[in-house]
Design a protein around this ligand. Structure first.
Ligand SMILES: Nc1ncnc2c1ncn2[C@@H]1O[C@H](COP(=O)(O)OP(=O)(O)OP(=O)(O)O)[C@@H](O)[C@H]1O
Ligand SMILES: [Mg+2]
Length: 403
């Protein structure tokens, strides 16, 4: 205790130092939790603010073991830690949360689909595919377009290809990566159900949100999902809690869902703080980041209740290389109620570099304001906000089309 200057809280280590780790780091001190990140280098988003940053390679079991020394729990801001590293940690007696058995289903979309099928959870029709004959065989039942997905390693729509013809599928097959095929779901809306589960077995469910993707990247999150019938919202929460329990998830579980023909289909699972939950920093009594920390330390959960009738979160993507700090002044002056979060990341086009949140009662007004703020930060103009937004309970355009 003396060594640590008298501060004797539990220590959580998070592997990865992106924006999720940065925001988790911001949540830790208020509960007296000490927080450590494993960063690839000191310029990473969380490394910039975390006093206990270790530099290392998450692919190296030895680096993971050194990182975990003294941690009461080790958790993750991405799903890319190889199984060998996770096993090494577990064999050394580290509290790996979530554990390798659960994490597997975020690393391997095919394993996840099979497991959901076993659990009787509705999913898009799918099949593993190795060659064009497999894809055309699959298309006989699913029709075109066929969605091809990388079995592992995809994010932000990278690793998702909507193929309208066999020629396009052939091109993707040519990349030489493991793929699965999925039916192209003509969804009414995309939803996300965010829950947390503790080792004790306590569960908590946030209000179900609508997510709006463009080019496969999440652009907006509307909390609660506007116009979603209460019974479907409850079904989505119950489904997410059931999946968390069945897979033995410890920590947060985000279940990405398609709402199609009045039915819920599971698209994807994430077992960490999730972009669809960034709104909870201001919009819920307990943020997802604090909830995740509580979960991995087996502390009682905080209330997931909304702090306003409606919350809108808009992601800030990298735009031109204008002066972000100057733009920030304008945005803060124009709208004192807007909340801005910047991740300390260089503004590469299309990269998530921050988000803005608006809280209130009038959804249209909140969307206008949040989109205007994000657009101004991105381009120095509110122009982007005036592009007609998708209707509520919308149909998002497809991700990455094959050229
Ligand atoms: N079977 C499908 N039918 C229609 N659209 C789909 C399908 N699968 C994915 N999409 C679209 O592509 C987006 C990205 O897909 P998915 O979530 O599977 O990939 P990802 O790149 O791993 O995403 P994330 O950034 O959430 O990790 C979805 O949010 C959805 O808009
Ligand atoms: Mg997704």
């Amino acid at each position: 205790v003396a060594e640590r200057g008298g501060w004797d809280g539990p220590l959580v280590g998070m592997v990865g130092a992106g924006q999720l780790a940065r925001m988790t780091c911001q949540a830790a001190p208020s509960l007296g939790i000490r927080f450590r990140v494993l960063a690839a280098d000191l310029t990473e988003s969380a490394a910039q603010i975390c006093g206990d940053t270790q530099v290392g390679d998450y692919r190296e079991p030895a680096h993971l073991l050194a990182f975990a020394a003294g941690c009461d729990a080790v958790t993750f801001d991405h799903e890319h830690v190889p199984a060998a590293g996770l096993r090494a940690l577990e064999e050394a007696g580290v509290a790996v949360r979530p554990g390798s058995a659960a994490l597997r289903f975020t690393q391997d979309k095919l394993a996840m689909r099979h497991r959901m099928q076993e659990l009787g959870v509705p999913c898009p029709r799918f099949a593993p595919v190795a060659d064009l004959a497999d894809v055309t065989g699959f298309s006989v039942r699913s029709g075109w377009p066929v969605v091809l997905k990388a079995v592992s390693g995809g994010y932000d729509g990278k690793g998702v290809w909507v193929c309208r013809t066999p020629e396009q599928a052939a091109e993707v097959l040519g990349y030489g990566i493991a793929l699965l095929a999925e039916e192209h779901v003509a969804f009414t809306a995309e939803l996300a159900a965010l829950v947390a589960r503790s080792p004790y077995g306590q569960g908590v469910a946030y209000p179900v949100v609508q997510t709006v993707q463009r080019e496969g990247i999440c652009r907006e999150v509307l909390a609660p999902a506007p116009g979603l019938p209460a019974d479907l919202a409850e079904d989505a929460q119950a489904l997410a809690l059931r999946i968390a329990a069945e897979l033995g998830v410890i920590g947060l579980l985000a279940v990405e869902l398609f709402l199609a023909g009045g039915r819920l289909l599971v698209n994807e699972l994430a077992m960490r703080p999730h972009n669809s939950g960034h709104w909870t920093i201001e919009g819920a009594r307990t943020s997802q980041f604090e909830q995740h920390l509580r979960a991995v330390l087996d502390m009682p959960f905080g209330s997931p209740e909304l702090t306003a009738p409606q919350v809108v979160m808009v992601n800030l993507l990298g735009g031109d290389d204008g002066d972000l700090y100057e733009r920030l002044h304008h945005v803060l002056a124009a709208d004192p109620s807007i909340r801005v979060h910047l991740y300390g990341k260089r503004a590469k086009p299309g990269r998530k570099i921050g988000h803005v949140t608006a809280l209130g009662a009038d959804l249209a007004d909140l969307r206008d304001r949040a989109l205007a703020a994000a657009s101004y930060l991105r381009w120095g103009t509110t122009q982007e906000a005036s592009v007609p937004g998708p209707p509520l309970i919308n149909r998002s355009p497809a991700p990455q089309e094959v050229a």
